[in-house]
Design a protein around this ligand. Structure first.
Ligand code: NAD
Length: 719
């Protein structure tokens, strides 16, 4: 787990060996302790180099060990022993030095990095802080402001930035271990006192209190209820104001609080859930490990509106050649300009050349004849999409995968209109498609495993959290959103305001409440869908019957706003008012409040006081309940799939783990009891009727989330 060699006669070389990232498992820690002792006690050894095998220094703690009892030597004394060694210890950083890996390197006296290496303390993203001295050493090394930035965001830095910040002493383009050995020889015998970071105070910082106050305020705002970033600030404050030993004690206390918090569990669950969704499986039995993806070198995008532009950028940035097709000349010109701008800005951010020449524009669908995969993003109109798919089937070379970016149309229906339905899948991106992390890959009963594997692999290459889901109205994300939005409308009818509902949801941790989000994406989008479903009846008929449509409770509030031309931010008016169309700052609108008052009076509704708890229970439990239906229907393979979709695409607070994990934390019996309670009060609302899977889970003693699969399987095998 840590191999020892003597090189250049007097350098002890310690190589960490724990694929894939040389994580600091108990065995690796033991290996380091033993080999360091050996190097220090060998009189022929003048200096020591620590490196990792396979071009990676160390990816940090072994997260799999978090849940179990600690064994092996602890990290803190191990790093301390390295720092207090009487021979220089040099870290040779290739690949990455992250978390505990960087903390280990900070305990070394010198750090040499390869120019392609990345360094960081990402513990905050797992609900923790760098608690092996990282929060105490880094500020001493690079100063409080820079350390605060790195530790509270968890961002990784390049070797060049690490050199500039003073984290590393040297960057090399050549063999890092050779450079480190050479360096170690050159510093042998020098005094090590100035190199022991823990023995120094933090660099002087004027007006420390004001700095911490400002940072704390910013962090609180962006953390949206997450506690780890705040603990990170407190730990760095301890480094800046206390002697090292007391700072370490504070680091330990803060870590103990975080470690046992539900938030750390939620964040670690997300970490594993994101990996689990890559191991997709379909009800047919097809799986990720038995389905081989086809290579995709050249792709096409049809329709260059909002979505098509972002998808083109995402594909080109992944290194694919893209044929971008748009029938409207004006749209094509605008799209070309917009796509080039996005590619240029993206390239500038990443310090690479823009991939402008990877995109070829055309008004003619014939141009896609030789592509490997097509993503259609024309208007949401089944007749138009069917026509496009038929054209594509005629034009494309045999075997080309045909994907649709539809938000809600039936992927099976589209597939059945083509001669090769096995080549059709949904690739449901989210706006803006080159930024948003989520991709739902929608398979139908006839989609081939190879088609799903190809779309999933392409999503992964694009850096998306790709989740394979079955075909149904709204797929997973939008299907669950429907009852959530409906409950929010019902709450307005009963006496809430958009401000109250949004505040409750934003305090819960959502980046935006339901009404602010609806103003952002446009109220007309849902209006068009409801019209298509035959739910919209123009005008304001009064009484209860006007609010029952297709046999269930319906709120026409959104339709009435659209009839007033209030489409949200784009028109400067929606659930809120804005300074001008397109402005983003939502302000409370007195017109809306009197409109709600008049609406309630007209429908004989008496406003009552609604508290945050009711908002959360009605909106979130309705959404979660739909999640259970989705699991029951086999549309999502497991709760992790739903949770990844909500965390990466719908602004669900990551520190709450996703809706299904949240239900598990709250307690399934409680969720069931509250749904039953609200269902009794609102019997005309079917989505409050608890799902049979939820009932089954509660009847089976509310097993923990990783055991839900057994209950689902049992249920399916009995059907
Ligand atoms: P949009 O109206 O912005 O763009 C559609 C584009 O398709 C237009 O430029 C139009 O000229 C072009 N077009 C129409 N017929 C065409 C044809 N035969 N060949 C080539 N181009 C053609 O629409 P959008 O918002 O980008 O949505 C596109 C699809 O993506 C829809 O199915 C929508 O439901 C889905 N979607 C949208 C969002 C979103 O937030 N906007 C999110 C996810 C999915």
């Amino acid at each position: 787990m840590a191999e020892y060699n003597r090189v250049s006669e007097c350098v002890g070389l310690i190589t960490l060996r724990n694929p894939p990232v040389n994580a600091l498992s108990a065995a690796v820690r033991q290996g380091i302790v033993d080999t360091v002792e050996r190097a220090l006690s060998d009189p022929n050894v003048k200096s020591v180099v620590i490196c990792g095998q396979n071009g990676i220094f160390c990816g940090g703690a072994d997260i799999k060990e978090f849940g179990s009892k600690m064994t092996g030597p602890p990290l803190i004394p191990m790093i301390h022993a390295i720092e207090s060694a009487n021979k220089p210890v040099v870290a040779a950083i290739e690949g990455s030095a992250l978390g505990g890996g960087l903390e280990l390197a900070l305990g070394c006296h010198y750090r040499i990095a390869h120019s392609k290496a990345r360094l960081g303390l990402p513990e905050v993203s797992l609900g923790l802080l760098p608690a092996a001295g990282g929060s105490q050493r880094l500020p001493r090394l690079i100063g409080v402001p820079a350390a605060l930035n790195l530790i509270t965001t968890g961002r990784h830095v390049t070797a060049a930035e690490a050199l500039q910040l003073g984290i590393v002493d040297q960057v090399t383009d050549h063999n890092t271990v050779d450079a480190a050995v050479k360096f170690a020889l050159s510093v042998a015998g020098r005094s090590l006192d100035p190199r022991r970071i823990s023995t120094h105070p933090c660099p002087q910082q004027p007006d420390l209190d004001a700095l911490f106050e400002e940072v704390m305020q910013k962090v609180r705002q962006s953390a949206r209820g997450a506690i780890a970033p705040i603990a990170c600030v407190q730990a760095v404050r301890a480094a800046a104001t206390l002697p090292y030993a007391q700072g370490m004690e504070r680091e330990r206390e803060l870590m103990a609080t975080l470690f046992t918090s539900g938030q750390a569990r939620a964040l670690q669950y997300c970490f594993f859930a994101e990996r689990a969704v890559g191991r997709w499986r379909m009800p047919s039995g097809a799986r990720w490990d038995t389905s081989k993806p086809r290579p995709v070198h050249k792709a096409a995008v049809i329709g260059l509106g909002t979505m098509g532009r972002g998808i083109t950028v995402a594909l080109a940035q992944t290194g694919l050649s893209v044929i971008a097709v748009e029938t409207q000349e004006k749209q094509l010109m605008e799209a070309k300009q917009a796509i080039s701008g996005m590619l240029e800005r993206g390239a500038k951010r990443r310090g690479v050349a823009p991939a402008l020449d990877r995109v070829i524009y055309s008004q003619n669908i014939q141009a896609v004849a030789d592509v490997d995969l097509v993503i259609e993003a024309v208007f949401e109109d089944i007749a138009l999409k069917t026509k496009v798919f038929q054209q594509l089937s005629a034009v494309c070379k045999p075997g080309t995968l045909l994907c649709t970016n539809t938000s809600a149309l039936d992927v099976d229906q589209l597939a059945s209109e083509t001669p090769n339905p096995e080549l059709v899948v949904g690739m449901h991106f989210f706006a803006p498609a080159h930024v948003m992390k989520l991709l739902e890959v929608v398979y139908g009963p006839r989609s081939s495993p190879q088609a799903v594997a190809t779309a999933m692999q392409l999503g992964k290459k694009m850096g998306k959290a790709s989740v394979a889901v079955g075909n149904c109205r709204g797929f997973v994300g939008n299907r669950m959103l429907k009852p959530y939005i409906e409950e929010a409308f019902f709450l307005l009818e009963e006496g809430a305001t958009p401000e109250l509902v949004d505040q409750a949801l934003e305090e819960f941790g959502f980046s935006m409440g339901v009404f602010r989000m609806s103003d952002l994406s446009g109220l007309d989008v849902g209006w068009r869908v409801r019209k298509g479903d035959g739910l919209v009846e123009p005008g304001t008929a009064s009484g209860r019957s006007a609010r029952i449509r297709q046999g269930r409770r319906y709120s026409p509030l959104g339709d009435l706003l659209c009839e007033e031309g209030r489409f949200g931010q784009k028109t400067g008016r929606g659930w809120y008012q804005y300074d001008k169309p397109g402005s983003r700052v939502a302000r409370s609108d007195p017109w809306l409040h009197s409109f709600l008052g008049a609406y309630r009076a007209q429908h004989g509704l008496v406003a009552r006081r609604i508290d945050h708890q009711e908002v959360l229970e009605r909106c979130l439990y309705a959404l979660i309940n739909e999640g259970f239906h989705i699991l029951d229907d086999g549309i999502a393979a497991g709760p992790e799939d739903i949770d990844v979709i909500y965390v990466s695409g719908y602004g669900w607070p990551r520190h709450r783990g996703g809706p299904m994990f949240y239900a598990n934390m709250v307690g399934l019996a409680k969720v069931l009891e509250r749904l039953e309670h609200y269902q009794q009060l609102h019997p005309e609302v079917p989505h409050l009727q608890p799902s049979s899977l939820l009932r089954r889970l509660v009847a089976s003693g509310s097993p923990p989330i990783h055991k839900w699969g057994e209950v689902i399987k049992k249920l399916h095998s009995q059907l």
